[in-house]
Design a protein around this ligand. Structure first.
Ligand code: NAD
Length: 451
């Protein structure tokens, strides 16, 4: 079998074709990575820090080439692709400091003399499984903390983002057994979950749940970042034009293919009518520099069928809803209203430039609607009142809450993740990731005698 990825804006453009390595190759790569891990740890904090710093520099030195590759392979608009490359460099640079951070603490004994220490140690081989939508940043925010604390890592990228991952590995310039990128699909992913010492997965909810079951069944630590069904609450006192601009970016930016994209807009009370008009205008004005194509023909087909069936079930299209007549897998930015609550568009992540507009009589109803999902990843709140923003943020159960900003986007050094079914295990990014890739050991040192 061959793994291929095609340019979503020009489906005749084959970006890469590589032989699928198979499960045995994954087991062999994990075995080599395990053999290399002790040496990596012994090389010391300085060597690990320098290696990560060099990767940040290499990414920056090839920024335009990498941004162009992201645009070509996954259809991300250029401005966002450049942002992802800058974020990727920042991630490697941030974690380049981590090897020098304290790895534990000293405690007093409960009774008698002695020294009690805790020390965090790496697990061994980190098995990293990534989705295609952030083809450099997500592999990096998994690999950088894993490597910083002395693990070795085997990354299996999504097939749609194979070329980006292979180029990242080349630029990283680490010995192959320290950081291996192994292209593949479900077979290789499963083999990696079955062989690694610690597993980090980002992707869709169904696959992620299976990965969590397989890893926990082996007693191996696992984190999973899954899909979101993200809401935006617009309060009556909000600056409606500003909110509409943020919402258009959160709905249609990168064709809605972010786990933190907004798919449900909830207008509270008097905000509904002006917001509806402003949002229709903002979405209709979105162009290719913001939206871009969806990742493949199957994704486009799924979105179009979902909109058609919602309309058959009584929904109204306020803007968009069609496939433009042009090459590439494009879908118009779309706003729907009156989608029946039991329709899949109301309850599942669709990963496209589509949102549902709801009216809520008051704040209580809006919060209840926002929280009525197991996929509680990111929610935005739009208001001029700081009191209201903080009070609403307190009652939302999402993992990430953004005030007067699109639901998508969180700084790279903060914990990233959702609640309920959107995440499993320790947070990614920031210091939380360093904890995830290490286990704490308790060392009790007692006096050895009279020497
Ligand atoms: P996907 O679930 O189809 O694939 C994710 C990865 O899992 C790929 O590398 C894939 O090859 C691999 N895989 C497939 N089957 C597997 C199996 N049985 N065992 C092990 N690995 C397997 O997701 P995708 O289409 O690549 O990415 C889009 C999804 O990712 C969306 O649902 C999106 O919300 C989610 N996502 C979540 C976050 C987050 O942090 N919460 C971030 C980005 C994307």
């Amino acid at each position: 079998m061959t793994i291929t990825s095609y340019n979503p804006a020009d489906p005749t453009d084959l970006v890469v074709a590589v032989e699928e390595p198979g499960a045995e190759a994954v087991r062999a790569a994990v075995g080599r990575a395990r053999a290399a891990q002790g040496g990596r740890l012994a090389a010391g904090a300085g060597a690990r820090s320098a290696a990560l710093g060099r990767i940040a520099e290499a990414v920056e030195a090839h920024a335009e080439e990498l941004a162009a590759l992201i645009v070509r392979e996954v259809g991300k608009p250029l401005a966002e692709a450049r942002g992802e490359v800058a974020r990727t460099a920042a991630i490697w640079r941030y974690y380049a400091q981590a090897p020098y951070e304290p790895s534990g603490a000293v405690h007093e004994t409960a009774a008698g003399p002695g020294l009690l220490l805790t020390r965090r140690r790496p697990y061994g081989v980190a098995g990293l499984i990534a989705p295609w939508n952030f083809p450099l940043a997500i592999p990096s925010w998994k690999a950088a903390p894993a490597l910083a604390v002395g693990n070795t890592a085997v990354l299996k990228p999504a097939p749609e983002a194979t070329a980006c991952a292979l180029r990242l590995a080349e630029l990283a310039g680490l010995p192959a057994d320290v950081f291996t990128v192994l292209p593949g699909g479900a077979e290789e992913g499963q083999a990696l979950v079955d062989a690694a010492d610690v597993v980090s997965f980002t992707g869709s909810t169904g696959v992620g749940r299976a990965v969590v079951r397989a890893a926990t069944g082996r007693g191996v630590p696992v984190q999973a970042e899954l899909g979101g069904l993200n809401a935006a609450l617009v309060l009556p006192d909000a600056d409606i034009d500003l909110a509409a601009g943020h919402l258009a970016a959160a709905i249609a930016g990168y064709a809605g293919q972010k786990c933190t994209a907004t798919s449900r807009v909830i207008a509270v009370g008097a905000a509904y009518q002006p917001l509806r008009e402003a949002l229709v205008k903002s979405l209709a004005a979105v162009d290719d520099s913001v939206c871009g194509p969806v990742v493949n023909a199957a994704a486009r087909e799924r979105l179009v069928l979902a909109v058609d069936s919602a309309v058959e079930a009584g929904a109204t299209v306020l803007t968009g809803g069609r496939v433009p007549e042009r090459a590439g897998w494009y879908v118009e930015p779309t706003l729907l209203t009156d989608v029946p609550a039991e329709h899949p568009l109301a309850g599942e992540e669709f990963f496209g430039p589509i949102a549902l507009l709801h009216a809520a009589a008051d704040l209580d109803e809006a919060i209840a609607l926002a929280n009525d999902t197991p996929h509680s990843l990111a929610t935005s709140v739009h208001t001029r009142s700081l009191d209201a923003a903080l009070a609403v943020a307190d009652r939302l159960d999402a993992g990430m809450i953004r005030v007067n900003a699109p639901s998508s986007g969180v700084d790279f050094h903060l914990p990233f993740g959702g609640t309920k079914g959107a995440s499993h295990g320790e947070r990614e990014q920031g210091r939380a990731a360093l904890e995830f890739y290490t286990v704490s050991r308790t060392i009790s040192v007692l006096p050895g005698g009279d020497a």
